[in-house]
Design a protein around this ligand. Structure first.
Ligand code: PXP
Length: 253
């Protein structure tokens, strides 16, 4: 049976731009509403330990305003578990987190976090939160994700997206395909994401069992260019209108 692929839009980098000036705009809540209007099936936010982009206030406001599921990406820490308990998002995606990294580098090592993960997944599931683990396309990691009771996984597509030769890319794509197939056979729901953009998404979106792709940076980047002409035009118009009005007032006085 044909099922469409879902798009989870990650709006973290709208908050990155906002935070760069410490003002209230661009507002990630408005960005989420616009993404929904354009067909986003879910909104993803990563509440990082250092709050470098999305902040606590954003996730609680989104909980009030979203009409599509919220996917909260978070590290497996006591602090984040408390946030998830209070917030109750539809989904939690457990990710590894290093303070100094630019973005999530590599998947969560579910093998060395097995016991901690099992407890967290049981706890979050008891709160009706669907939990996924963000893992590399590795059979061993998938097997442990299944074992600890993660009903969903998200396959890290970074190696594929960042490949700098045709051979490396095709090998990485093959690893993603094999991983998705294996996870699907185990009965896991499979999402994928990281580094997907307008040039490389098609090969991943074409992998049939994948349920949802989570995409952020490339969409926010494209939005800047798609919107820049209008933004400049509107600013210039405001300035010219103001100048015309000022001349008219001056002429009258
Ligand atoms: N999925 C997960 C688990 C992530 O951590 C990220 C990055 O925050 C993404 C998807 C989106 O990656 P990108 O911004 O490269 O599209």
């Amino acid at each position: 049976m044909y099922a469409d692929i879902r798009l989870g839009v990650n709006i973290d980098h709208v908050a990155t731009v906002r935070n760069a000036r410490g003002v209230a705009y661009p507002d990630p809540i408005t960005a989420a509403a616009l993404a929904e209007l354009a067909g986003a099936d879910g909104i993803t936010v990563h509440l990082r330990e250092d709050r470098r982009h999305i902040k606590d206030r954003d996730v609680f406001l989104l909980k009030e305003t979203l009409t599509v599921p919220m996917n909260l990406e978070m590290a497996l820490t006591d602090e984040m578990l408390k946030v998830a308990e209070a917030l109750r998002p539809s989904y939690v995606c457990l990710v590894p987190e290093k303070r100094e990294e630019l973005t999530t580098e590599g998947g969560l090592d579910v093998i060395s976090n097995e016991a901690k993960l099992e407890t967290a997944i049981q706890h979050l599931s008891s709160l009706n939160i669907q939990v996924s683990t963000f893992i590399d396309p590795s059979r061993a990691q998938i097997d442990v994700a299944k074992k600890v009771g993660s009903p969903l996984i998200e396959i890290h597509t970074g190696e594929y997206a960042e490949a700098n030769s045709v051979k490396v890319r095709s090998d990485a794509l093959d690893r993603v395909i094999q991983a998705v197939k294996h996870a699907d056979e185990l009965g896991l729901v499979v999402n994928a994401g990281h580094g997907l953009n307008y040039n490389n998404v098609a090969d991943i979106a074409g992998i049939l069992p994948i349920y949802e792709l989570n995409i952020g940076h490339s969409i926010v980047s494209r939005a800047v260019f798609e919107g820049l002409k209008t933004a400049v035009f509107q600013m210039k118009q405001l300035m010219c209108d103001a100048r015309r009005n000022a001349y008219m007032l001056y002429a009258k006085s």
